[in-house]
Design a protein around this ligand. Structure first.
Ligand SMILES: *Cc1c(COP(=O)(O)O)cnc(C)c1O
Length: 365
């Protein structure tokens, strides 16, 4: 006999598909789905086939292992790996029909060698560092490549790409600087298309969408336009189950180190969610749970498996009920603000321990 974990994470795949369609309709180019980090923690094995059914034919993961997971779930779609290709991985890429993003001269050499081995011209994206100093060809590597075009013999560069460092700050001058740099680079590859926008990049000037946009966070309901209304459909809800309810006297300390003390007769709900679930310890005394829309302040320390909320005066609340910890009243962006982080970290940290309910799942192969 198996028991479901007490707290429930609901993931609306229909909303993810709707978000992809909406973003795709915003611009004339193609729209990929970024499903790295297990689709931002939401389950790549569910998200990738759902996006495929919605019409998505280009998928990005961070690592080869992630690409191998989704490869059988997305038909003939392009599966592309954003991060480094290691020497012993090249044949795995070709064997499974996965496309690398080449970000250095050694990777280019590796892919050219692999092309010779299999006797085919192999596709790849070429990533250029236009400002982030993280991945991509450096200015020096770019010069070497332009002076030695033979380095690319056996490789078809389908796209040149770069990644924006300040896309969510629309007025930031680095956006235009990076755009000009990648356009200059692209002139050397007249047949290659251009890819630079992440989610927020799709809300800059239209030219940033280019030929292949790479949204991730916005698919999952994170606001790509911080400070403005979120145009995307919410995707996740988290309901924490109340496993204890008690009434405490004024002066009672709650939780580790007594960092919250009741000032009035209070009713405390203990919820089966904690920092081991990705409900961050730094939310101590900072967040709210909601019952039928009524806020209940998080009181005391978030502990590993439990968090306490002040539910004083909330009518009709019973043991076994749940508090909304993420949902219409507290979005991942709201919770991120309370935790001094971003919505990305809230989503990707969400633990594997929750009971998961998927809305709109396509049948798994
Ligand atoms: C993660 C990532 C994306 C997606 O970014 P979002 O901000 O989540 O839309 C796009 N491109 C690259 C290179 C990435 O690493």
């Amino acid at each position: 006999m198996s028991f479901a974990p007490p707290s429930l994470l609901t993931i609306d795949l229909d909303a993810i598909a709707a978000n992809w369609r909406w973003l795709d309709a915003r611009h004339p180019g193609q729209t990929a789905g970024v499903v790295k980090a297990n689709a931002y923690g939401l389950g790549a094995a569910y998200v990738a086939p759902k996006l495929f059914a919605a019409g998505c034919r280009n998928f990005f993961t961070a690592h080869l292992a992630e690409a191998l997971t989704i490869r059988p779930l997305v038909g003939q779609a392009n599966v592309m790996v954003l991060h480094a290709m290691l020497p012993d991985e090249a044949e795995v890429f070709t064997h499974h029909g996965i496309t690398p993003v080449l970000s250095s001269l050694p990777e280019i050499a590796l892919w050219a060698t692999e092309g010779k081995r299999v006797g085919r011209v192999l596709p790849a994206l070429l990533q250029v560092d236009t400002g982030m100093s993280r991945l991509g060809l450096s200015a020096e590597e770019t010069r070497v490549l332009f002076n030695n075009p033979d380095l690319l013999t056996g490789i078809t560069i389908t796209h040149v790409m770069t990644h924006l460092m300040n896309a969510e700050i629309s007025e930031h001058p680095s956006n235009e600087t990076q755009y000009q740099r990648i356009r200059t680079f692209q002139r050397q590859f007249p047949d290659a298309r251009l890819s630079l926008a992440n989610s927020s990049g799709l809300f800059l000037a239209p030219k940033f969408a280019a030929d292949l946009a790479r949204p991730g966070a916005a698919l999952y309901g994170v606001n790509p336009t911080p400070g403005r209304l979120n145009p995307l459909t919410p995707v996740v809800q988290l309901h924490g189950k109340i496993i204890a309810l008690r009434d405490v006297e004024p002066g009672t300390e709650v939780g580790y180190n007594g960092v919250w003390t009741a000032r009035r007769p209070s009713r405390i709900a203990t919820v089966a969610v904690g920092y081991a679930d990705g409900y961050f310890r730094c939310l101590t005394n900072q967040a709210f749970g909601y019952f039928d829309g009524t806020p209940a302040p998080l009181v005391g320390r978030v502990s590993m498996d439990l968090t306490t909320f002040d539910v004083t005066g909330i009518a009709n609340l019973n043991l076994g009920d749940s508090l909304e910890l993420l949902g219409p009243h507290c979005t991942p962006d709201n919770l991120a603000q309370a935790a001094n982080t971003n919505g990305y970290e809230i989503l990707t940290a969400m633990g594997a321990r929750y009971q998961r309910h998927y809305i709109g799942a396509t049948p798994l192969k």
